[in-house]
Design a protein around this ligand. Structure first.
Ligand code: ZN
Length: 313
């Protein structure tokens, strides 16, 4: 469930995709409408394809924001106007006989990469979702970590600077303010504001509001000095963040997913160099940093795998 689109997929019990759809969320219309859009996506995947609802075993959903997965209750979702205390599971219950399970959107991606992707078979895993923001999901000793208020894994709010960019969490200097698509673009803008120059300015006719994270990767490939510096600074800061994560959790693998992971080795080179130099040697020597394997399907596949596990539990 995203702020722009609801992506839904139907899988068989071997987790091969039977069908996939994407419908506009129309989040501005409010919670009731969005719940209707979810039911519409289910209809497109099942009845409209001649697949009876009675043959559906279970359903999983990744929901952004704060939630209580045990209750099936979404407490708050930042990009959904009026979305507070929405009991998703109860709201859908009258329509379906199969059980519905919800979890945080990042954690659903974690289930995908852990059970079917780049972290398959590992007992200690950290998944980073690097996109417009920065999030993480954790598997520790074979169990997904939830925490007291189901908020474990908020790596985007790891404090990297005592004084730094303000964050909407109320603090400042949070990692996600720098290591995210928006954060990296802001770093470049700051440097342009100091009178530095980049080839990117010719691509945007000097309009800094048009700069994207992808442009920074493209300029990096042309050996643009400022783009390389921004990529290096961003990767180094992420490396310090991950050194903390490695020292704290001792994972076997850190999987990097999300739209900005397309920066790939441009970013990961500086991440790995920083981790090697600053994390505890024994822990770092046993931890690989890998790109996600499932791409945009991690969410839907992960939601299905999560629900299938929950239903058997
Ligand atoms: Zn924050």
């Amino acid at each position: 469930m995203g702020g722009t689109n609801i992506k839904a997929a139907l899988f068989d019990t071997g987790f091969a995709a039977v069908g996939e759809v994407s419908v506009p969320t129309e989040a501005a219309e409010g919670p009731e409408h969005v719940l209707g859009r979810i039911r519409y996506a289910i209809k497109l995947l099942t009845e409209d394809k001649g697949i009876g609802l009675q043959s559906v075993t279970c359903m999983g959903m990744g929901v952004p924001g704060l939630l209580d997965p045990r209750e099936g209750l979404s407490l708050f979702s930042p990009n959904f106007p009026g979305w507070e205390q929405v009991h998703i599971v109860n709201e859908l219950k009258p329509y379906y006989d199969f059980p519905v399970f919800i979890d945080n959107d990042v954690r659903v991606n974690l289930y995908g990469e852990w059970l079917h992707g780049a972290a398959k078979g590992h007992q200690n895993v950290v998944l980073l979702t690097l996109g417009t923001g920065l999030g993480s999901g954790i598997v520790s000793d074979g169990k997904v970590v939830y925490g007291t208020t189901f908020s474990a894994g908020e790596i985007g709010h790891m404090n990297m600077y005592r004084q730094g960019r303000p964050c909407r969490c109320g603090s400042s200097g949070c990692l996600g303010r720098y290591v995210s698509a928006v954060g990296m673009v802001n770093t470049l803008k700051e440097k342009l504001g100091e009178g530095r120059s980049s080839i990117i300015q010719t691509w945007t006719s000097g309009d800094n509001e048009r700069i994207t994270a992808l442009m920074i990767s493209e300029a990096y490939d042309l050996e643009d000095g400022l783009a390389m510096e921004v990529m290096h600074e961003t990767g180094t800061l992420l490396g310090f963040g991950l050194a903390n994560v490695i020292n704290l959790l001792n994972p076997e693998v850190i999987v990097i997913g999300g739209g900005m992971s397309a920066a790939g080795e441009r970013l990961l080179r500086s991440v790995r160099a920083t981790v090697k130099e600053h994390a505890l040697k024994l822990s770092a020597s046993k931890c690989s940093i890998a790109q996600a394997g499932l791409g945009s399907r991690a969410g839907t596949l992960g939601a299905a795998a999560y629900a299938y596990r929950k239903r058997q539990a």
